[in-house]
Design a protein around this ligand. Structure first.
Ligand SMILES: Cc1cc2nc3c(=O)[nH]c(=O)nc-3n(C[C@H](O)[C@H](O)[C@H](O)COP(=O)(O)OP(=O)(O)OC[C@H]3O[C@@H](n4cnc5c(N)ncnc54)[C@H](O)[C@@H]3O)c2cc1C
Length: 296
């Protein structure tokens, strides 16, 4: 449905910014302009924005730090809710912590270690928010959000509620607490007392990231999900695609599982490279690669 923007005025309290390039909001550094971007200053504002968008037929999209998304060159003709900053400090009770979903995952993981807890040390270095991590069931080096997430406060169908996390709510890079099905507002994690190894494990994982991942170039992390019984990066490398380039998009020379923006890439370049990699890998290894990244 086309929206007649002339008849629509956003409430001043939203503090909306206009015509913001999505390339500034996403780690791939590509994408056209978003008509409106709003950084919520309260949980209530998020509810109000969603309700305002629904009643005016406006498209809405939720972003955390934009580290797992590919934004369209055509931009987004609607409202982006950019929930990438904490609305309050984490609250610690024994081995439990409740964090705002706008909090940086890495900042939270470091804070839990500082307070003598363990369970998040391997998740340190994932560059998104707590909300993005819950939405993607982010994981690394054998750890994943679903192993520590116990309760989550979500906005779903206009209702703001705390729910207990059940088996099956999250799976490999999928979660029912993901936009548009739900907006994750706060999350409760159950951790353990540090047995004295948390800092060292965190340090080791961060070092492995620095050595293996192309952190110096814009990307959205691993482009593809891990196919059962394989590693996407190994299949891509085996198919001779390391360094393969279309426009400004390249299969990383450092880690074939990452597509990177080597300068001036467009969404079209990245999409074309994703499709090319999928075709060649299928042809040479028989395995289907499914993108992990979300699209705007
Ligand atoms: C260099 C690099 C390394 C990475 N390493 C890892 C890794 O080791 N492991 C891993 O799992 N991922 C990794 N990623 C991918 C990414 O960082 C994670 O998926 C992260 O959890 C996404 O968080 P975000 O805040 O950036 O979410 P976004 O990219 O902003 O959003 C991702 C999806 O989640 C939804 N979403 C975001 N916030 C919420 C919310 N509050 N409620 C509901 N839905 C929401 C969005 O609508 C979108 O569909 C990496 C990315 C980069 C660039």
């Amino acid at each position: 449905m086309m929206v007649n923007w002339d008849n629509i005025e956003l409430p001043e309290s939203f503090l909306a910014e206009q015509n913001i390039p999505l390339s500034e909001l996403t780690s791939f550094r590509v994408g056209g302009k978003a008509r409106f971007v709003i950084r919520p200053h309260s949980y209530e504002t998020i509810r109000e924005i969603v309700s305002f968008a629904e009643s005016n037929g406006i498209r809405c999209m939720l972003l955390g730090k934009g580290t797992n998304v590919l934004a369209s060159d055509r931009g987004f003709d609607g409202i982006i809710i950019r929930f990438d900053a904490p609305l309050h400090e984490p609250v610690f009770r024994g081995t439990r912590v409740i964090a705002c979903c706008g909090t940086s995952m890495t900042v939270l993981a470091r804070e839990t270690i500082r307070r003598g807890l363990m369970g998040m040390e391997r998740l340190c270095g994932i560059p998104g928010t707590v909300g993005g991590a819950c939405a993607m069931n982010a994981g690394a080096y054998g750890a994943e959000i679903k192993k520590i997430l116990t309760r989550i406060r979500i906005l779903r169908n206009g209702t703001d509620e705390w729910v207990n996390v059940k088996d099956g709510d999250l799976g490999y890079r999928r979660s029912i607490f993901s936009y548009p099905e739900a907006i994750a507002l706060e999350a409760e994690f159950c951790l353990a007392q540090d047995d004295g190894t948390a800092y060292e494990i965190m340090h080791d994982c961060m070092e492995r990231r620095r050595q293996k991942q192309p952190l110096e170039l814009p990307s959205a992390g691993s482009t593809f999900k891990r196919p059962e019984g394989h590693f996407a990066g190994a299949l891509i490398e085996q198919s001779g695609l390391k360094g393969c380039t279309i426009g400004g998009a390249q299969v990383s020379e450092k880690h074939a599982g990452f597509i990177v923006n080597i300068g001036g890439a467009t969404e079209a370049d990245i999409s074309a490279l994703i499709a090319y990699v999928q075709n060649v890998v299928k042809e040479r290894t028989g395995v289907d690669l499914e993108p992990e990244i979300k699209r705007i």
